[in-house]
Design a protein around this ligand. Structure first.
Ligand code: KG4
Ligand code: ZN
Length: 358
């Protein structure tokens, strides 16, 4: 069984071919550079860029593999949530291939791509506890099975990656902000500034990062007497210290809420034994190390996809498509791309029952 996966929901145009043995038969990915000048992803530019590059990326993928179009059993596309212009490009490409090859189309929830990514690289069995941290989402979930999620907590405002990006922008470190902040933090003192930990004392598993971002802005303002953040003159050691404090605080908030979630998970799902992290922020080595420790302290096995499968990629979409396909779950060709698509409300047939049969 071979599934072609297409990802185009943010600023990566990516495709991959994956089989049931978890082998990656082909892969191509383009990270859009056009957004750097704006300090964030511009949806219209992203959509145009996906449209311009999707055919070339598919050609690149097939040029490097022995797999032919005719060998594919199904075509999966990230069909939401995400920037709708880009999502439409991927979905329409997948539907066109589905019609031309007479093979099923599978609408994959982008978040499900992240949620199942650790199952490709690590032997993670259901149920598992998942921290999903990306540029648009920050959630703690129990992954019970493909398409079956129990959400234990979510951010009530900014996503973790969004906070990294905003802090990087304030410090003029460029986009995407996460890797830049992580790099600076290595030489910083994480105890120098005390930043707030919103919601950390609340008894649920929800998170909040917007106050943390505001606290960083207030520090940056002290270096810019005229109030213009873009001209703040911050010594390089201070930039490193701010980054280290920010990274420490985000990680600590995540670990505190996960500690709560682990208690619940172990009680309700005694057979579960994995703590998994995924999404772009899961590339952060500092966070990975703290989560590894948290898992060990709680007698869980820690699993994280290799860094290149944490940020958006085609492999995770192909794999999630394959997991759905082998359960017989395919989508109708009249499936409408979804700008919003909560993972825990995704009944197995929500993507549209019937349609092309496997
Ligand atoms: O999963 P992803 O590629 O796209 C979304 O689905 O949002 O995540 C991108 C996010 C960006 O906010 C980026 O700054 C963050 O992941 N990120 C990181 C790191 N690498 C990427 N955040 C912290 N540390 C990193 N090393
Ligand atoms: Zn993503």
């Amino acid at each position: 069984m071979i599934v072609l996966g297409i990802e185009s929901s943010c600023d990566e145009t990516a495709v991959a071919l994956v089989n049931e043995k978890k082998e990656i038969l082909g892969e191509a990915l383009l990270s859009q550079e056009e957004h750097k000048a704006f300090g964030g992803v511009v949806p219209e530019i992203a959509a145009r860029s996906h449209l311009e590059h999707i055919d070339g990326i598919l050609e690149q993928c097939f040029a490097k593999t022995n797999t032919k179009l005719k060998d594919i059993d199904a075509i999966a596309a990230a069909s939401g949530p995400g920037l709708i212009g880009g999502v439409i490009v991927g979905v329409m490409t997948a539907k066109a291939l589905s019609i031309a090859l007479n093979k099923p189309f599978i609408a994959v929830n982008h978040l499900e791509g992240h949620a199942l990514a650790a199952r490709i690289s690590n032997n993670v069995e259901f149920p598992y506890l998942l921290l999903l941290v990306s540029g648009g989402h920050c959630q703690i979930l129990v992954v019970k099975d493909v398409g079956q999620y129990e959400r234990l907590g979510t951010t009530i405002d900014d996503a973790a990656g969004e906070a990294f990006d905003k802090v990087a922008k304030m410090l003029r470190l460029g986009y995407p902000g996460g890797p830049a902040v992580e790099k600076q933090a290595i030489s910083g003192n994480e105890k120098r500034f005390t930043l707030p930990k919103p919601l950390v004392a609340s008894t649920d598993c929800n998170l909040s990062f917007s106050g943390l971002k505001t606290a960083v802005r207030k520090i940056v303002e002290t270096y810019s007497p005229d109030g213009d953040l873009m001209h703040a003159d911050i010594p390089s050691q201070d930039v490193a210290d701010i980054c280290a404090c920010f990274q420490y605080t985000v990680t600590d908030c995540l670990c505190k809420k996960l500690t709560r979630a682990i208690k619940y998970f172990k009680q309700k799902y005694p057979k579960g034994n994995h703590l998994v992290v995924s999404g772009g922020v899961a590339s952060n080595t500092y966070l990975r190390e703290k989560l590894q420790q948290l898992a060990t302290d709680n007698e869980l096995t820690f699993a994280a996809p290799p860094i290149r499968f944490c940020t958006d990629n085609g492999v995770m979409i192909a794999w999630a498509g394959l997991e759905r396909f082998r359960k017989g779950d395919v989508s109708s060709l009249d499936f409408k791309p979804r700008p919003r698509w909560p993972l825990d409300m995704d009944a197995p047939k929500a993507a549209g029952a019937g349609g092309v049969k496997a």
